[in-house]
Design a protein around this ligand. Sequence first.
Ligand SMILES: [Zn+2]
Length: 69
Amino acid sequence: MDNSSSGQRLRTCRACGKKFEYPVKGSAATRHHCEDCAILPTDARKVMERLSNRITQLELAVKRLMPKP
Ligand SMILES: [Zn+2]
């Protein structure tokens, strides 16, 4: 089981990348999606996740291209 007794953890939404607290009473947020994305239709969320993955990859690629300090 979860070892956090205080309950709330900061999570990153898989679809939009937003950081959100979970669980929050009365919030539609799920373990992997913030409350904005949790209410999206599954198909739309799938596309969001695909785009989010691409952004993550692009961010990594940009970081690799950055000159080292
Ligand atoms: Zn989200």
